[in-house]
Design a binder for this molecule. Structure first.
Ligand SMILES: *Cc1c(COP(=O)(O)O)cnc(C)c1O
Length: 429
């Protein structure tokens, strides 16, 4: 079993990104107006998903979180490999269907499902995780009894194990807007006793910033809750335990993150029931699947010098790097520079501010970075940009979403074209 981070070094990542950029340029895939692009390594994505499958029991359902990277070409590729998809909204549910995901491999989570959405999801036969007791009451009027799949219904429980290092993406503190807190144990058990169709428990501890200990303690709490539910029901009721996603990834060379194999090993040790027959494990990884498998690249449009400051003006700012711009102390991408042909640049490493294209003064995807001398026409490559980047695209200033490329055996092709002006105009109509 592998230990620790299982990916290439940053020097190797930079080299691969530069090679990919150079081949995209020489293949003519990046035209004059393609001022930015996101490039996914499709073979790498396949490997990532395979690592999840190899780490957990064969019967587990790995529902990859759509919200992390909602590009249709990526979703359908994962589905073709046997993945499920986790949808956090009705449109995401339909994106999962459109990607060819059979309903029985779709997990529908959302804290604000309407009655119509609940009816549709139940009719389709997806796995639905109710967020709260009121949602269960609505489902009482929708679920026909006896309920017989192909989907299933579960309840999201906040295991209240505490926050990770990033409060904004931690959801298992004493208080959370998600799920019912495990402190309402009696009510939760009662909700299960009264509903024979309720057969799943769901948790999601947080995203990035959470250690293995938090995940395994949370799963332990859910398994103990399951035991109490079984005792109260007088039979084995919970056949599905959804451990959510959230496994952190590396964004900087000094970050130490666990591998998927280590996560699975820790669960096997602390929560052996998850690996025993009679209980199907669901996972909902997003960031871990996508983040390291793409880089974003922008052309340097202008370079500005002012005493004490060098600024490179690029075409990706808070429209794509929302979190790095608004919470730079928490979110950061490694950046390397390439020349107009894609070849990596080296040289004096003065501090550079990287300024985005948007009209507001906080639009800096990076500040004070050690980068080589830059000129207009160079490229800046943002590494580990595969998750929560395009996904968080902001319409502020109405710039066009960049082209998305995919690499297969080193060869690039277009996965999603640059947004057209017409599409932008249509959006606001
Ligand atoms: C966001 C989310 C995920 C995915 O989280 P990652 O950190 O991307 O793995 C999974 N499940 C739920 C319920 C989520 O909200």
């Amino acid at each position: 079993m592998e230990t620790g981070y299982e990916g290439p070094s940053y020097a190797e990542l930079a080299r691969r990104a530069s090679d990919a950029l150079a081949s995209a340029l020489s293949a003519g895939l990046l035209g004059e107006e393609d001022t930015a692009a996101v490039v996914y390594d499709l073979d790498g994505l396949d490997n990532r998903f395979q690592l999840i499958c190899d780490s957990f029991p064969p019967g587990a359902l790995h529902a990859v979180a759509v919200k992390a990277a909602p590009m249709a070409a990526l979703l359908s590729r994962l589905v073709a490999q046997g993945s499920g998809l986790e949808a956090a909204s009705l449109p995401e549910l339909h994106m999962a269907l459109a990607a060819g995901c059979p309903p029985e491999r779709i997990v529908f989570d959302s804290p604000a499902k309407t009655s119509a959405e609940l009816r549709e999801a139940v009719q389709l036969g997806v796995h639905l995780n109710a967020d709260n007791f009121q949602e269960l009451k609505r489902l009482d009027g929708i679920v026909t009894q006896p309920f017989q799949g192909p989907g299933s219904l579960g309840l999201r429980v906040n295991p209240q194990v505490g926050l990770g290092s990033i409060a904004a993406t931690s959801v298992a503190g004493e208080y959370s807007k998600f799920g019912e807190p495990v402190s309402k144990r009696g009510e939760i058990v009662d909700a299960f006793v009264r509903r024979p169709w309720l057969t799943g428990l769901h948790m999601h501890v947080g995203s990035q910033g959470c250690g293995l200990d938090l995940f395994t303690r949370a799963a332990r709490i859910l398994l103990d809750l399951r035991r109490d539910i079984h005792a109260a029901c007088g039979h084995e009721r919970i056949s599905r335990l959804d451990i959510g996603g959230g496994l952190p990834v590396r964004y900087t060379p000094d970050q130490d993150v666990p591998s998927m194999g280590e996560y699975a090993a820790a669960l096997r040790r602390e929560c052996p029931e998850l690996f025993a027959p009679g209980l199907r494990m669901f996972t909902e990884f997003g960031r871990w699947v996508f983040a390291s498998q793409a880089f974003a690249v922008s052309r340097v449009e202008y370079v500005k010098e002012q005493p004490g400051f060098c600024t490179a003006v690029v075409h990706l700012g808070a429209d794509m790097f929302l979190r790095p711009c608004y919470a730079p102390e928490t979110w950061r991408h490694e950046i390397v520079a390439a020349g107009p042909d894609g070849a990596l640049k080296s040289g004096p490493n003065g501090p550079w501010n990287v300024a985005g294209p948007l009209c507001f003064s906080g639009d800096f995807p990076a500040k004070s970075r050690a980068l080589p001398d830059l000129s207009p026409g160079d490229f800046l490559i943002f590494l580990d940009a595969g998750a929560y980047t395009m996904a968080m695209w902001s319409r502020y200033n109405s710039r066009q979403m960049p082209v998305v490329l995919g690499l297969e055996e080193g060869r690039p092709r277009v996965l999603k074209k640059r947004e057209t002006l017409e599409q932008v105009l249509a959006f606001w109509k």
